[in-house]
Design a protein around this ligand. Structure first.
Ligand SMILES: CCCCCCCCCCCCC/C=C/[C@@H](O)[C@H](CO)NC(=O)CCCCCCCCCCCCCCC
Ligand SMILES: Nc1ncnc2c1ncn2[C@@H]1O[C@H](COP(=O)(O)OP(=O)(O)OP(=O)(O)O)[C@@H](O)[C@H]1O
Ligand SMILES: [Ca+2]
Length: 543
């Protein structure tokens, strides 16, 4: 048997047919590859093709006639035995597809040996899920969730031998409540089919359940929350699908299903939101006051419009040009070296997120010794704001491919706090346009951005209400202004948009919990043609 570099022996080497030709096929389990090359000399660099074992979806014996390709005289000479390898094919823009190739040979035991060896290797991929709990929101986005799951996702899960328990939700909070009742520990993951709102439900159900089972009081804003190790998979079928887009690089159901099948794992920061020692919500994407809060509040009344409701309410909110007065106090995130003005973005294997992971592990080792949050300095900013956006991730989505904070990290234990001060409509439009292009959206005199680990917000109105007996008059005046869209008066409060849901309080206290949960994703991969991508595109050329 031929030796591989370093004197290692491959697990299997055979001469197998693929397409019309015979190839030297190697199963190299140490390097984790299924590779094949033309055995005829000279062997030029680049002739080797391979698929990483970690990206093989399934292997099955193939009835050769069914998958017959034009293989010339071979099939006339002997009965052929074949097996098909289904694998991830990486296409452009982070899109993944399921592709397949059928290897054949005349020797049945060799064919069986290959099938068995490949199946054994797949069985050894311990991070892959075997049993999943799936929640489908039939009314999210364009109401296609059920169809998307049945037609595009379920067949892939069954090919990968993943069993599922499927719940089609009947009302809002169905999935969340259900997660407090079922035996979640028998599943390797929970999948939500829907948008950011549906993801938020599942996340609240899982995190809430973990805290309940561990006796942690979610109402305590300083509590060290218990990490949730049951991964969540998102099959995008919503209106914004920001969490899916920001963690995978595309909002595409098949791509997400394949990330689930191969057992990817991406830790994610989660911000907890409290008001007066009462837990309100968790957030992983956008906590927005002012512009994004007002859009959400208006758009809720227009749900029947589907995803278009955001453009309608966005345009209306832009014209209303309301600003809000308030105070923000924050603690800078000193533990992380990144800055919101960095040119590099968080990508697969991000070293900044890895560093935070190490710090977190060390903190856990120190038996949860509370770090000196209370002693660190608070910075205070007062002013009139058109928008206050706190994002724990970039918030990239199809409408804004780089997101609201392109250099934000998925798992560094910090959020980017973006303060857009009162400015002219024209300047605000310039700022919004930069959400959609390559220009620096923080390069404006009226925009400030800070990387923070926690912050508090109080609106001027609630500050006044606490100390001023004239609040009734102000509320009336506020009503008056709300009724006149041309007026930019700041007497009324805005609403917080928390991952697409409104919060009841304007005064909030927010804390980022580093890597509190995990997704079936790997972050956005660098765009360069990596080895695997190269090998796969070569497969087609060589066959
Ligand atoms: C001139 C073009 C400007 C285009 C600006 C596009 C900005 C898009 C930014 C999207 C940021 C999404 C952040 C993610 C939030 C999610 O947790 C949440 C739940 O799904 N989604 C929303 O709140 C849904 C938020 C949806 C926001 C849509 C905003 C549309 C704004 C339109 C402004 C029009 C001005 C035109 C003036 C002539
Ligand atoms: N069967 C149901 N009937 C009504 N509402 C539901 C049902 N199932 C889930 N929901 C609620 O619908 C809300 C919105 O769903 P989802 O997030 O899937 O779509 P979306 O709002 O169109 O997309 P996005 O959140 O990406 O903007 C969720 O907050 C969820 O609580
Ligand atoms: Ca973060």
């Amino acid at each position: 048997m031929e030796r591989l570099p370093g004197g290692r022996r491959p697990r299997l080497v055979s001469s197998l047919g693929l397409g019309r030709r015979s190839w030297e096929v190697t199963l190299d389990d140490e390097r984790g590859r299924l590779a094949w090359r033309d055995p005829r000399p000279p062997r030029r660099a680049g002739e080797n093709c391979f698929v990483p074992i970690s990206e093989i979806i399934a292997v099955e014996e193939t009835e050769f006639n069914k998958k017959q390709r034009n293989i010339g005289r071979w099939h006339k000479m002997a009965k052929l035995h074949a097996f098909t390898v289904y694998y991830v094919k990486k296409a452009r823009n982070h899109r993944w597809r399921c592709s397949d190739m059928t290897f054949w040979c005349v020797d049945e035991p060799i064919c069986n040996q290959w099938i068995q060896a490949l199946k054994e290797l797949l069985e050894m991929q311990k991070s892959r899920p075997k049993h999943l709990l799936v929640y489908i929101n039939p009314y999210g986005g364009k109401r296609q969730g059920k169809r998307i799951y049945e037609q595009k996702v379920a067949p892939l899960f069954s090919m990968a031998s993943i069993s599922t328990d499927v719940v089609i939700t009947e009302h809002a909070n169905h999935a969340k409540d259900n997660l407090f009742e079922v035996n979640i520990y028998k599943y390797d993951g929970v999948v939500c089919v829907g948008g950011d709102g549906m993801f938020s439900e599942v996340m609240h159900g899982l995190i809430g359940r973990m805290q309940k089972d561990s006796g942690i009081d979610q109402n305590n804003p300083k509590a060290s929350l218990v990490q949730c190790n049951i991964r969540i998979g998102i099959i995008p079928a919503g209106s914004t699908d920001c969490i899916c887009y920001s963690t995978v690089g595309i909002s595409d159901p098949v791509t997400s299903a394949l990330h689930i099948i191969v057992g990817d794992c991406q830790p994610l920061d989660v911000s907890s939101v409290h008001h007066n020692n009462t837990f309100l919500k968790y957030s992983v994407s956008l906590l927005g006051y002012g512009f994004y809060g007002d859009i959400l509040k208006d758009s809720e009344k227009k749900r029947w419009m589907g995803p278009m409701r955001y453009d309608y309410s966005g345009f209306k909110t832009f014209l209303s040009h309301h600003y809000y007065e308030g105070t923000i106090a924050y603690q800078p995130a000193k533990h992380t070296h990144g800055s919101p003005r960095d040119k590099e973005s968080c990508r697969t294997g991000c070293y900044i997120c890895k560093k935070s992971e190490k710090q977190l592990a060390e903190q856990h080792k120190e038996c949860g010794l509370k770090h000196e949050e209370g002693e660190e300095e608070w910075k205070v900013v007062k002013g009139k704001f058109l928008a206050i956006n706190a994002v724990s991730m970039s918030c990239a989505c199809p409408r804004s491919p780089k997101g609201l904070s392109p250099a934000a990290h998925l798992a560094d234990g910090s959020a980017d706090l973006i303060l857009v001060r009162k400015c002219s409509r024209f300047d605000f439009l310039r700022y919004l346009v930069r959400h959609t292009n390559q220009d620096d959206q923080f390069d404006f005199p009226f925009v400030d951005v800070y990387r923070v680990k926690c912050f508090q917000f109080t609106s001027k109105l609630s500050e006044d209400n606490e100390s001023n007996v004239m609040d009734i008059v102000k509320k009336r005046f506020g009503q008056f202004c709300r009724d006149h869209p041309a007026c930019c008066c700041n007497i009324v409060n805005s609403t917080w948009n928390c991952d697409g849901e409104t919060l009841d309080s304007s005064a909030i206290e927010v804390r980022v919990h580093c890597q509190l949960m995990k997704l079936f994703a790997r972050g956005i991969e660098e765009n360069c043609k990596d080895e695997a991508a190269y090998s796969q595109s070569s497969v087609e050329q060589l066959l």
